[in-house]
Design a protein around this ligand. Structure first.
Ligand SMILES: [Zn+2]
Length: 498
């Protein structure tokens, strides 16, 4: 009995082995004669992951089937994107079943499909593709109220600002309706429905709510921060001296600009700083005029009247000065006039910058570096105002490098990263990835450079009020009275800003 059982046991085992061998051979045969995989492209060894980016992932019920438009994106072991010479062929799966390439989905009923692709052993992330039963002309998947690109920062000056709004309404695919195809909506600003979203006057200060309503649904409520314009009627007048650095060229040449050219630059600068200059290009919606001016200094450090008001012509063997070079900064320090009596501006050839400035000193200790700014002989009004902004304590509104940060700490300027910004005609992208119309004087190109904001104006005026080593606010006909200035020992550690 025992032997019989043993035999039976062995028989079953041999039967299993023979059967297994047959199955394996069969699979081998099927494999070698079955579907052949396309060769994988060069570089594919590095691919550890891929994603399928659908052109659309939501469709409206219809007859028949729809061919999906999918773009593969490949990634390496560290999540870095890999570009392949050509795309390998992909086996698609819809709801777990092999599908055609390109994949097709039936549209005749509401349904959610799960789709993924496989290349060799690598499987993509799963996508959800939906078929929904809605009217595509009126179906709204989401909507929101926002400031328009032209007036992005949600800050305004009561009684002065005109603001543009935007109602973003998204269709069944999650794409924004074009302006002329938007379903009916109402835009509320401060509780009232707006007739037009363009150039809306801001008539009060405080936190002003705005939102969009579609049918009985309401978007999130956004806030416009509106402020009263403070009293800026007191004009700040600062005596200025242009040190024109030349190498012996005749007066009136580009290298040694005439008095007229300097007066013209000063006039243009003052017109801008007091808001008397209009621009064909729209100013910032929260733009404020600083109401300050520079006037040509009349008297030299020796107490005698200057032959040319506001101008000091300095001979130098050196034709050009290098930005970033300590020697340049030492030269400026050695040659500046008492900063308590003059705003020092050097007009010189600069290698590596279009102009630069030193920020205000943080204490009234001995001044051991240059305080003033430098412009080139192009005598560009914008450069002049931009550097004057730095001189009076304004940083750039943007950040550079890895992160997108608020570059100046002011809330009413647009924050962006100048290295990574995208531009579209006159627009730049802010830290939220939205386009905005850059108008700030402290921007780099592209910007229309015709506006300061209230926070910036407050900063500049307070620098004049409480800053160190600045001519006190004097009458254009008078002269400031300050304590005598002692030149410290040059400190190369303090760097300027472009
Ligand atoms: Zn700058």
């Amino acid at each position: 009995m025992i032997r019989q059982l043993d035999f039976f046991f062995y028989f079953r085992k041999i039967q299993k082995i023979i059967f297994g061998v047959f199955i394996s051979l069969g699979l081998l045969f099927l494999n070698s004669c079955g579907e052949k995989e396309d060769p994988l492209p060069e570089g594919f060894d590095f691919v550890t992951d891929f994603e399928l980016i659908p052109y659309d992932s939501v469709f409206v019920i219809w007859q028949g089937t729809h061919e999906l438009n999918l773009t593969p994106k490949f990634f390496g072991a560290f999540g870095d994107e890999i570009t392949l010479e050509f795309n390998p062929s992909i086996q698609y799966f819809i709801d777990g079943k092999k599908s055609s390439n390109p994949p097709r989905i039936p549209l005749h009923q509401e349904k959610e499909f799960e789709l993924y692709g496989k290349i060799g052993r690598i499987k993509s992330k799963t996508l959800k593709i939906r078929v929904i039963d809605v009217d595509p002309k009126t179906y709204v998947s989401k909507f929101k109220a926002s400031m328009a690109d032209s007036t992005k920062a949600p800050y305004a000056i009561s009684g002065r600002s005109f603001v543009d709004f935007n109602a973003s309404i998204y269709d069944y695919r999650g794409k924004e309706f074009p302006e002329n195809e938007k379903p009916d909506y109402k835009f509320f600003f401060d509780g009232k429905v707006l007739e037009s979203l363009h150039r809306v006057p801001v008539l009060r200060s405080g936190e002003i709510p705005f939102w969009v309503e579609i049918g009985d649904k309401k978007s999130e409520v956004e806030i416009l921060f509106s402020r009263e314009l403070p009293d800026l009627s007191r004009k700040y007048s600062l005596p200025i001296i242009f040190h024109i650095i030349h190498s012996g060229q005749e007066k009136g040449t580009t290298e040694n600009p005439s008095q007229e050219k300097i007066i013209e630059l000063l006039h243009e600068t003052n017109e801008w700083l007091q808001g008397r200059k209009s621009s064909q290009l729209r100013k910032g919606h929260n733009q404020v005029d600083p109401n300050l001016e520079f006037f040509p200094a009349l008297i030299g450090p020796d107490g005698f009247p200057l032959p040319e008001p506001g101008i000091n012509r300095v001979f130098s063997e050196k034709n050009s000065y290098l930005y970033g070079d300590e020697k340049t900064y030492k030269y400026l320090f050695d040659n500046m006039w008492d900063p308590n009596n003059y705003v020092n501006v050097f007009v010189m050839n600069v290698d590596g910058a279009g102009g630069f400035a030193f920020y205000p000193p943080l204490s009234d200790e001995k001044l051991s570096r240059f305080y003033g700014f430098v412009i080139t002989k192009r005598l560009n009004t914008f450069t002049m105002i931009h550097e004057a902004g730095h001189f009076l304590g304004l940083p750039h509104p943007f950040s550079v490098g890895k992160y997108c940060l608020n570059g100046d700490g002011f809330m009413d300027t647009d924050s962006y990263n100048d290295d990574t910004k995208k531009t579209k005609s006159l627009f730049k992208t802010n830290c939220d990835g939205e386009y905005f119309y850059p108008t700030n004087v402290m921007d780099y190109f592209p910007s229309v450079h015709n506006s300061f904001t209230l926070d910036q104006v407050n900063k500049m005026r307070s620098t004049i009020d409480i800053g160190y080593f600045l001519p006190t606010n004097v009458n254009p006909n008078g002269r400031s009275q300050s304590k005598p200035w002692v030149r410290g020992v040059f400190d190369p550690g303090v760097k300027p800003i472009e």
